[in-house]
Design a protein around this ligand. Structure first.
Ligand code: G6P
Length: 609
């Protein structure tokens, strides 16, 4: 999704803008642009379709320099990817970048046309530029013009604006699309993600909904939606400057797969006692809240939704009613709210537009309390939920989520345990077993990662296929869903997941030797059922790839390849069986030569509906 970087400094900010954009590339985009103003009010603007490196090349050939600048990576919503539609957009002396969607752009466009404005692009953003230009005529300051303009905008925006006549400042506004201000020494910055600004600062202020701000080299002034001056907390980020580097790995995705033992160790750190999950890790009043929980509603999108599907099984196994729903569905229907229902969002970024909208809706619907399982401190979901549990996976750059997912599962297993114990639904022995399994996770993942070479060999069988099927039962059904999602995201092979028992109700018709069937088969009480499903595939000439417990007595043979995993306890099996599926999709994508870290048409953080 779109990215924003802005800076006000004495030095030339173009390199800061380019570096910031590169660090936002992982969000997904199709064009990029920047504009800078120098101290003589000379403005230079460059825009290019394609990668930030193309913009950088353009900058090297036609240098533009200045101490005040804004930059953007665009992910097309209104109007095709083209130089004309790329940001920054201009109206006279006003220059604008924008993330989000202006819903009433057509009405505004018509009004502005009536006032004589001529539109050069098909974007909704250009409306903001002309609107501010218009308001500037009757305003004392650029900030006042922005304040007047935002009252006329419906929709979502994080926007940053410069005026050529005021070369030493930028103004910004946030509503529905995140913006963070970075404070430097004698220079200040703004970005849509703190990652963009890490090379220049670690001190951040997140804007809240409805905030506008004026940023100069030595001052940041923030105002709320009512125009009152406000202070926003200054956070010292502990994110590593190197977070955006691939290190020795060929792709971020591979690096992040191999980071999982460490990431999960961080999720657990300080949150387990000898035999308990520390309930307080969910918030100082979590114990009191959890004792009252009668039901749980989980809400998420994409990979995070798959994590929720696993957790539903965990909750209901212990007699705690749990529903899980995709945020974009939940927000547009009337959901039943059980008594004392805890509302839980699962979100890597903390900014997914549908999940955030669902959280806001839930607050009006009588849910008991809200909790977010999130990976980004200071994000919207963290700030707007009653409780937040940080997964501490570290920055995840690859669009296809890996370590964010397994740390979400780890966090969810801790949540299930904490609630079940508070509700008297779990014995001390059960809790102690889970705690011991959790502690063993980093080591167990390292063992599964040793399968890398075996899986690389296997991946050859998939690279020329167009379709594939993933099967699982119980908690392994969502893991099959996650495996299928990974494969389709990065290798572009059509992959579908089915609860194995549904095979006869349709997908069996598709089985032939061209359709690899991946089965996730831990050694649990559903194994025998799963074996019958495998026979059904085999009898029809299908090719099976079975990830199975080495004690499951599954034998490889004609049409069956078995990839054995160690003995794994039921509770943590979903976490461990995810890893080989991640490796498989990575290796298949590698053979196919796709853009592993930035698959076509996808974005890391979906901040528009
Ligand atoms: C996008 C990402 C997915 C992610 C989903 C939900 O589709 O590409 O990897 O699972 O958004 O994002 P969230 O940040 O809310 O977990």
């Amino acid at each position: 999704m779109c990215g924003i970087v802005g800076a006000v400094a004495q030095r030339d900010v173009a390199p800061i803008l380019i570096e910031g954009l590169k660090r936002l590339e992982y969000r997904g985009y199709d064009s990029a642009g920047l504009a800078v103003i120098d101290r003589h009010s000379v403005l230079g603007r460059l825009r290019r379709i394609g990668k930030v490196s193309q913009l950088e090349d353009a900058l090297n050939h036609e240098p533009v320099r200045g101490g005040t600048g804004i930059a953007h990576t665009r992910w097309a919503t209104h109007g095709e990817p083209s130089e004309r539609n790329a940001h920054p957009h201009m109206s006279g002396d006003i220059t604008v970048v924008h993330n989000g969607i202006i819903e009433n752009h057509e009405e505004l466009r018509a009004e502005l046309r009536g006032k004589g404005y001529v539109f050069e692009s098909e974007t909704d953003t250009e409306v903001i530029a002309h609107l501010i230009h218009h308001e500037r005529k009757s305003s004392e300051t650029l900030l006042e013009a922005l304040q007047k303009a935002v009252t006329q905008l419906d929709g979502a925006y994080g926007t940053v604006i410069m005026d050529r006549n005021d070369p030493d400042l930028i103004v910004v506004a946030r509503s529905g699309s995140p913006l963070v201000i970075g404070q430097g020494i004698g220079e200040n910055y703004v970005g849509s993600d703190q990652l963009a600004l890490l090379p220049v600062t670690h001190r951040f202020q997140y804007l809240e909904e409805g905030d506008v701000a004026e940023i100069t080299r030595d001052k940041v002034s923030i105002f709320n939606f009512a125009g009152e001056p406000v202070e926003r907390e200054l956070i010292d980020s502990d994110l590593d400057h190197q977070a955006g580097d691939k290190g020795e790995f060929r792709h971020f995705m591979l690096k992040e797969i191999f980071e999982q033992p460490q990431a999960i160790a961080s999720t657990l750190e300080g949150r387990l006692t000898d035999s308990h999950v520390a309930v307080e890790a969910f918030g100082h009043n979590a114990r009191e809240i959890f004792e009252k929980v009668g039901a749980v509603q989980l809400i998420a999108c994409g990979t995070s939704y798959n994590a929720g599907m696993v957790a539903r099984n965990w909750f209901e196994d212990l007699g705690i009613p749990c529903r899980v729903e995709i945020a974009s569905e939940f927000r547009y229907r009337r959901a039943f709210v059980p008594d004392n229902c805890l509302f839980v969002t699962i979100t890597q970024s903390g900014e997914t537009a549908d999940t955030l909208a669902a959280l806001r809706l839930a607050k009006e619907q009588g849910f008991m309390n809200s909790l977010t399982i999130c990976n980004v401190p200071g994000s919207s979901m963290v700030r707007e939920s009653d409780m937040a549990f940080m997964t501490r996976a570290g920055a995840e750059i690859g669009v296809a989520s890996t370590k964010a997912f397994t740390t979400q599962l780890t966090a969810l297993l801790m949540l299930v345990t904490a609630i079940a114990r508070s509700r008297g639904r779990m014995t001390e022995e059960q809790e102690s077993q889970i705690v011991s399994d959790l502690r063993g996770l980093p080591h167990a993942i390292n063992e599964v990662l040793e399968l890398k070479d075996t899986i690389t060999e296997l991946s050859e069988d998939f690279a020329d296929k167009h379709h594939s099927l993933f099967l699982g039962r119980g908690t392994m059904y969502p893991i099959a869903m996650e495996g299928a999602l990974k494969l389709k995201e990065i290798s572009y092979i059509h992959a579908e997941a089915y609860a194995a028992g549904e095979l006869k109700h349709g997908p069996l018709a598709l089985i032939d030797s061209d359709m690899p069937v991946v089965v996730v088969a831990p050694n649990n009480e559903l194994l025998e059922k799963l074996k019958s499903n495998m026979e059904e595939v085999r009898a029809r000439g299908g090719q099976l790839y079975v990830f199975a417990d080495r004690h499951a007595r599954l034998v490889a043979g004609e049409g069956v390849k078995v990839i054995p995993l160690g003995e794994i306890s039921d509770q943590i099996a979903p976490i461990l069986y995810t890893i080989p599926l991640q490796l498989l999709s990575y290796d298949v994508a590698l053979i196919k030569g796709t853009d592993v870290d930035q698959p076509r048409n996808l974005a890391k953080s979906v901040t528009v509906e």
